[in-house]
Design a protein around this ligand. Structure first.
Ligand code: VGL
Ligand code: ZN
Length: 196
């Protein structure tokens, strides 16, 4: 599979939450999640070959996290720390030196963006990263929040829409428009439901 962009040493590929619970059969499954894996693997390989950083985020909740429905939150129980559901998709080809970022680890706060509470922005600055290329799950939740925060961090931000999928496919057009308005370059096919 051909990678979407030409990577360089000042780029970071950020793969958001490619975890079992967000893929088919998982607790908060996103339709089309697993099918993204081969394309994302091609991006990882290309990024790595070019000397770009590879960052993978994961949703990493304690049991009884406040976002779970039995605690009054909006989501079913998902991505509980150290469970199979929280593990990265088994076919995701993660190099040993890919940088793992865990988020939403506190009982009393949720975090959709990979930058939220993780120190990732400062780390990327330290490493001289000027551009981030973002893909993964879910486009309308954590991918969107990550892309918006990357822009706010002053990074050139590119979304690979064809390598992202939404919990609600009906939102894809609006999410992509919102990201473009914020300064994100949206690349690739948008896999949502067209408006009637
Ligand atoms: C996510 C819902 C709840 C995501 C995380 O990774 O997009 N969605 N927690
Ligand atoms: Zn979550």
């Amino acid at each position: 599979m051909k990678p979407s962009v030409g990577y360089g040493q000042e780029d970071a590929l950020v793969v958001v939450d490619l975890q079992n619970d967000f893929c088919e059969g998982g607790a908060l499954a996103v339709a089309g999640g697993s099918a993204l894996v081969p394309g994302i693997n091609a991006e990882i390989a290309a990024a790595r070959a070019a000397g770009a950083l590879v960052i993978v985020s994961r949703d990493w909740h304690p049991v009884d996290h406040l976002s779970f429905s039995h605690r009054g939150g909006p989501w079913p129980v998902h991505c509980v720390q150290d469970t199979e559901g929280a593990a990265f998709h088994p076919d995701l080809a993660l190099p040993a030196d890919a940088i793992r970022v865990s988020k939403a680890c506190a009982f009393d706060a949720d975090a959709y963006s990979a930058f939220d509470g993780t120190g990732l922005g400062g780390y990327l600055r330290e490493r001289g990263i000027g551009r981030v290329v973002i893909c993964g799950l879910a486009l309308d939740v954590c991918v969107k929040a990550t892309a918006l925060e990357a822009c706010r961090e002053g990074l050139v931000t590119l979304l690979l829409a064809g390598l992202s999928a939404a919990v609600d496919p009906g939102t894809v057009e609006d999410v992509c428009s919102e990201l473009q308005a914020a300064g994100v370059e949206v690349m690739g096919e948008r896999k949502g439901e067209g408006r009637p």
